[in-house]
Design a binder for this molecule. Structure first.
Ligand SMILES: [Zn+2]
Length: 366
């Protein structure tokens, strides 16, 4: 039974969620509002099922929304602000894109240039020049192939690769609903055979250790990842990165292999940060390279991160994805611009982020 305290808490949260952005920006002003996007495209993107692909109209409406309410700042301005002891809190917007998809160069950059806006593009360095397929892309291509196959064929392939258990829900657990994350994000349509849901759910939440397995599944499903990479060129090339930098955009690193740094031994996590920043510095000639944590940076020791920046002066600010959380001066938090939850507008996403207790300044902080 829900207690009175729980009901009161829920009610208070609902009230906070409907408080308008105009109120939040005055009551809880932020140094900056960081936004994290992945891809914008008006064409179908078969290698992306893990997040909702925004079309150009939606992204432009986000820009219009932000333009009417806030100032935009560049990465350089943000660095200055973060270095200052007297922090300006005027809710300025910094735009960023993670994962380094080719659309950053072909769709996003031209659109931002038309709006006179700057941005940081965070690149997974192993993917530069399309030599290997990202495991999330491989999983998405598996899903594309699976949903077009008769169930019995999928069943036989899964059995062959000892993946039969992935077709059965975990004992005791309910069958995943097509409306729950991440299946809702993948938007697999009403025709989907519900017997596929456990397998698709697994593919959408694949861990880094299952990379080899998903590669074998992709090949067995008849998808040649090499020719897909050559034809689709899903990730940025060295040349595109150089051009983006020449056009005034900042290029950041997003690790070498996009594994959760929290799961790696400290030395490997350090390598992911330092090497990816070094690679981006060598391509662009930037003196410093900002770094965005793969997935999220919660649980990573901030004093260790500070030490890394001291040891390697080319590591710029760190970027995380915990909404509007207050963090160290060298860690910039960001809100996902994609519509992951029931919030369908940027206004709703912002209100929800501002309503979280972690967004409010802690006592004694500038
Ligand atoms: Zn990422």
């Amino acid at each position: 039974m829900i207690s009175l305290a729980q009901s009161a808490h829920k009610f208070a949260r609902q009230i906070l969620h409907i408080a308008p952005v105009m109120l939040w920006r005055k009551l809880v002003p932020k140094t900056e509002l960081g936004f994290c996007y992945h891809i914008v495209s008006d064409c179908p993107v078969p290698h992306i099922k893990h997040y909702r692909v925004l079309n150009t109209a939606t992204f432009e409406s986000d820009l219009d929304y932000l333009h009417g309410r806030f100032e935009f700042i560049t990465y350089g301005q943000l660095v200055q602000r973060r270095a200052s002891t007297n922090r300006i809190r005027d809710n300025s917007v910094i735009l960023t894109f993670d994962d380094g998809f080719a659309e950053c160069a072909t769709v996003v950059a031209p659109l931002l240039r038309r709006h006179g806006l700057s941005c940081v593009f965070f690149v997974i360095t192993n993917l530069i020049d399309n030599q290997v397929i990202f495991r999330e892309s491989a999983a998405s291509l598996c899903i594309e192939a699976i949903v077009q196959m008769p169930f019995e064929q999928v069943e036989s392939i899964a059995a062959e690769l000892a993946l039969g258990t992935r077709l059965r829900p975990t004992p005791g657990a309910a069958l995943p609903e097509p409306t729950t994350l991440p299946l809702e994000v993948a938007d697999l349509g009403p025709e989907l055979d519900p017997r596929l849901l456990p397998l698709l759910h697994w593919l959408l939440q694949l861990s880094a250790s299952e990379e080899g397995l998903v590669g074998r599944l992709l090949a067995r499903l008849g998808v040649d990842s090499r020719s897909y990479l050559q034809k689709a060129q899903p990730y940025l090339t060295t040349e595109q990165i150089r051009q983006l930098h020449a056009d005034g955009f900042v290029i950041g690193a997003h690790s070498c292999s996009h594994r959760r740094l929290q799961d790696l031994p400290r030395a490997d996590a350090e390598h992911e940060i330092v090497e990816s920043c070094r690679i981006i510095r060598n391509i662009t000639g930037q003196t410093t390279v900002p770094f965005a944590f793969p997935y999220f940076g919660g649980g990573l020791d901030r004093s260790w991160l500070a030490q890394l920046r001291e040891q390697h002066d080319f590591i710029g600010l760190f970027f995380d994805t915990d909404g509007l959380r207050e963090d160290e001066p060298f860690v910039v938090q960001r809100i996902f611009g994609e519509r992951f939850s029931r919030d369908r507008t940027l206004d709703a996403i912002l209100r929800r982020a501002w309503a979280r207790r972690s967004a409010w300044p802690r006592r004694g902080r500038p």
